[in-house]
Design a protein. Structure first.
Length: 281
């Protein structure tokens, strides 16, 4: 069945990334059509400051060689003959200062969506400081910079992947959906709370999520997740949360989805249709 990976990360050392390209022909043969690839950039900061807003488990996937998103994106486009499957999302987690100028600089390179890791204060789950702390600014400034990115997406029909823990920041998520009614927002990993994201699904038609990072939990409770994915089959996408050079794991995640025994319509929506709607294709 055709599928879209709605949550794949760019990053890593040059040799690791290039060696990881070999898996993609197999994934294409298995139905991979598009991948929403999250591209980080430091927005002029030292790499040593940027890396502080990456969770510890993810830090090996970031490297100063590709501190600018465009560098890696351009290299992959030249190395892969069929790189059109890449749908790049620009990561704005550390955006600061003249937001509009940064946007004007980067978006012409072909980014089709926006990404952020929303951390208004120290995150005890990820064990990382807020960008406000790292940038030496106020929470108010940080919120303003983040919402200016959202306003850009709202005005330009660009979707946003907003990594946000609903257990801690449900009211922020609700405020974003209310303030930017045209902005399609994916709170990935089911927002870390099926109960709370259900409230958003029920209230906001532009709220989405994905199952990235949840495959271990799905395997432990396949019946519960199958019912949930069926109930909200217009809002939830497949996503791997893999690094670009570790996409071999996608095959196993697809097997987990198949194990659920979803009805064909629901499985098709999970693997393809909802991601198409989210992107606005």
């Amino acid at each position: 069945m055709e599928f879209i990976d709605a949550h794949l990360h760019f990053g890593g050392k040059d040799d690791e990334i290039m060696n990881g390209l070999d898996i993609y022909p197999e994934l294409f043969s298995q139905g991979l059509k598009k991948a929403y690839v999250l591209c980080f950039t430091t927005f002029g900061l030292d790499f040593s400051d940027f890396i502080k807003v990456a969770p510890y488990h993810a830090r090996p996937h970031y490297h100063p060689e590709y501190a600018d998103a465009n560098t890696l994106l351009q290299k992959i486009r030249t190395q892969m003959a069929n790189s059109d499957f890449i749908v790049p999302f620009l990561d704005f987690r550390i955006i600061h200062g003249d937001v509009e100028s940064w946007i004007a600089h980067y978006m012409p390179f072909g980014y089709k969506g926006l990404k952020t890791l929303f951390i208004p204060e120290y995150d005890d789950f990820l064990k990382v400081d807020s960008p406000a702390e790292i940038l030496g600014t106020t929470k108010e400034n940080y919120l303003d910079w983040q919402q200016r990115v959202m306003e850009y997406g709202n005005k330009n029909n660009l979707p946003l992947i907003c990594h946000l823990n609903l257990n801690n920041h449900f009211e922020y998520a609700k405020e974003f959906l209310l303030t930017f009614p045209q902005l399609r927002i994916n709170f990935p990993h089911l927002g870390f709370s099926r109960k709370k994201i259900s409230l958003l699904f029920d209230s906001f038609e532009n709220c989405y999520s994905d199952i990235s990072g949840l495959f271990e939990y799905i395997e432990k409770d396949p019946k519960g997740y199958a019912g949930y994915l069926t109930h909200y089959n217009n809002r939830i996408m497949f996503g791997s949360d893999c690094a670009f050079n570790e996409a071999a794991r996608v095959k196993g995640y697809m097997e987990t989805v198949a194990m659920l025994g979803l009805e064909m319509e629901t499985e098709k929506k999970l693997l393809y249709d909802v991601a198409v709607n989210f992107l606005g294709m």
